[in-house]
Write a protein that binds this ligand. Sequence first.
Ligand SMILES: Nc1ncnc2c1ncn2[C@@H]1O[C@H](COP(=O)(O)OP(=O)(O)OP(=O)(O)O)[C@@H](O)[C@H]1O
Ligand SMILES: [Mg+2]
Length: 277
Amino acid sequence: METQALHLLKVEGKEERTGYIAVASGKGGVGKTLISINTGRIISRNGKKALIIDGDLGLSNVHIMLGITPAKNLYHFFMGEASLEDIVVPIEDGLAFISSGSGVKELVNMPPTQLRNFIYRLQEYAEKNYHWVIFDTPPGIHSDTTALVSSSNIPLIVTTPEPTAIADAYGLIKVLNREEKVKEFYLLVNKVQSYEEGMKVFESIRVVCEKFTSADVKYLGSVRFIPKMIRNIVNQNPFEESFIKDLTNALSKLPLDIKPHPHSFWERLLSKIRRGP
Ligand SMILES: Nc1ncnc2c1ncn2[C@@H]1O[C@H](COP(=O)(O)OP(=O)(O)OP(=O)(O)O)[C@@H](O)[C@H]1O
Ligand SMILES: [Mg+2]
């Protein structure tokens, strides 16, 4: 199945740019890593190139799911011990991965000019080689995560139908909306028993967001609970066709055009990292 929406990021119908997706959640274990990896496959199947960056600082698990152990990661890049080519791990045609290790934590203490230099190299590399960059973020409202999510073009919020996950998704949206002035969010409900269940979860979040925030939460759709997923993960095979089918449907609802940000993703991220927690 094709999804036009992820073909290219178009800014106001004309300029094509690398798009940045941040996959985030309030509660852990809702399926962010699985969604990040499978979104990457959907993009590469559409003939475009995607780079997954594990934003799970120090707790990365993209590599575990894929059964890959990268020798070097972003930490080594920022320390000047590895080039970008050294840390990019190819997964398949059109899809690659960079592990952040504990890299981003070190950035706050780095001299500003040095930091800017590294970030610009990363930007140049990503934008020359990839149509989409997907950040798999850790759960919760840590300042590194809110910086990544609020700098991205597509803040993709994942929840499950569990009440605690719903409450935490709302908590994350509220913080991003209040503190970082993020207005548009895209909600994906994972591990549902039925599509109706996903819709009900969205409605419950939409109602509170409308009442207590200025966030505009758009519903992408839901991914059904797939019992054999656990076995797949044990076998380090995170790609699953029924998962991909539901996810493709959901991602096809992303807008084809987005409003341009006055600054690039990396400039926004840089200013937020420098600002600190
Ligand atoms: N649609 C699904 N059906 C069945 N199991 C799923 C589904 N989505 C995710 N899982 C399972 O849920 C578990 C957590 O998934 P994953 O690691 O992707 O979540 P996460 O949000 O990245 O977790 P963390 O917050 O710890 O980073 C995995 O064992 C995975 O197999
Ligand atoms: Mg994860």
